[in-house]
Design a protein around this ligand. Sequence first.
Ligand SMILES: [Zn+2]
Ligand SMILES: [Zn+2]
Length: 168
Amino acid sequence: MAVVENRTQLADDSFVKEKEAAFLEFIQSKGLKTTRQRGTIVQVFFRLRGHISVEELLREVKRVNPRIGYATVYRTLHLLVESGLVEERRFGDGLARYEGRNEVEHHDHMICLECGKIREFSNPGLLALQEKLAEENGFKIYRHRLELYGACEDPADCKSHQEMKGRA
Ligand SMILES: [Zn+2]
Ligand SMILES: [Zn+2]
């Protein structure tokens, strides 16, 4: 089974530029203003990758420009969702997290209830099994979402993620 660890590495510049250009196109098509603040937020978001909450994004954005406030980050994230570049996800804690679309192929999530770490996985066997189950039930699948809740098996791994989260 292919397990992809939650990507914490930073995205490369061309990826970020490409996403920013797509966002600007969307903003202009809606007749909205393209502002430098929005541009900064979009750059920071796509550089971070992973599953990011509004608060986490705000914290990172403020390192680049401390004058950018919560409302601007929130509105920009929602524009990103509207543009289709970003997907909103809510796991067990109900907190909205945002993830860039098409960053990786379709994947599902394993969520640690102790430290909050989110692992990604995908498995062609799982997709085949779903198709089989659907067929047996006379059902057609449009999309699926699978979330597994549990805990990291390795206590050291779990603890290190907790410490990473606590770092402001
Ligand atoms: Zn994901
Ligand atoms: Zn954990």
